[in-house]
Write a protein that binds this ligand. Structure first.
Ligand SMILES: [Zn+2]
Length: 286
């Protein structure tokens, strides 16, 4: 493994931002923060990019709190991250949207999938209603390689169309930017350590706090990518460039999303998965 070089890392991300036009004047970008190293790095670097290039745009950090069981130190770290990035921070609570996470955890379905549904839904709806033009997330290269392989295995080929640094919004779907598309999770950790950006070190999945079983295979996937990178030079970069090409080709043949019959948010079905989840959730007693 190559030794971490802060300048090379920063250059690669700035190049991603400019090449894929992730940030433009008059943008209002909502950057999701989780307290982790990845979203912290993404938020820091887009703020830095805007300052260094004197771009007239607004960046807002935001966090969606899944419940009162989330330790206060997570919130504290997020506040510190936003302060270091010199951006405004907004915190939302899912209870205010009529969801109880403890109930969701009791549903007879995988918790990672429920959690993903809630986060994807609210991370699109909340910023859009606040006037955002784009949503920035901390997904990195290793995430996209794993998503890609998993979607090939699951034959969810259409999903691959979303794996690109800039995903243009459609209707109520907000445009998404992923400045960390060409870097890996370990590099984000090294970056935070070097610039002393605080982050929650352990897995911040809420399931941990509710003692749920989580997907331990994720870590194995990351290890596998690391192993391949040892003997295949530029593996991550070349693989992801290939993914972008495939995504481009698939997205040309896709139909536009519908609006959910219940809530009006974008979905590929009649009823969105969030509304389906809410319906199941309303039958649970705690
Ligand atoms: Zn819906």
């Amino acid at each position: 493994m190559n030794k971490f070089n802060l300048e090379t890392y920063k250059k690669r991300i700035f190049k991603t931002i400019s090449k894929y036009k992730l940030i433009e004047p008059k943008d209002k970008i909502f950057a999701g923060l989780s307290g982790g190293k990845d979203s912290g790095s993404a938020c820091y670097l887009i703020s830095k990019y805007v300052k260094e290039n004197k771009i007239n745009c607004e960046i807002v950090g935001f966090y969606i709190k899944l419940g009162d069981f989330i330790p206060q130190r997570v919130i504290e770290i997020i506040r510190q991250q936003a302060e270091i990035c010199e951006i405004e921070l907004k915190i939302y609570n899912i209870n205010d949207f009529g969801i109880n996470y403890e109930k969701i955890a009791k549903l007879n379905r995988p918790i990672c999938s429920s959690c993903g549904t809630i986060k994807r839904y609210l991370m699109n709806k909340i910023p859009r209603e606040e006037g955002a033009t784009k949503l920035c997330t901390g997904h990195h290269g290793d995430d996209f390689i794993v998503f890609f392989i998993k979607n090939i295995i699951g034959k969810n080929i259409d999903w691959i169309s979303k794996f690109t640094p800039y995903l243009k919004g459609e209707g109520k779907q907000l445009s998404r930017i992923r400045p960390l598309f060409f870097v890996g999770g370990d590099e984000n950790r090294n970056f935070c350590d070097e610039i002393k950006l605080p982050y929650i070190n352990e897995d911040i999945c809420p399931h941990k706090f509710l003692k749920q079983k989580i997907d331990i295979r994720r870590e194995k996937w990351y290890q596998t990518i690391k192993e391949i990178s040892k003997w295949q030079p530029n593996f991550r970069e070349y693989f992801l460039e290939g993914v972008i090409e495939i995504a481009k080709n698939i997205s040309m043949n896709l139909s536009k999303p519908n609006e959910c019959e219940i809530c009006g948010e974008p979905t590929n079905n009649k009823i969105c998965s969030y509304c389906k989840l809410l319906k199941m959730h309303s039958n649970i007693k705690i």
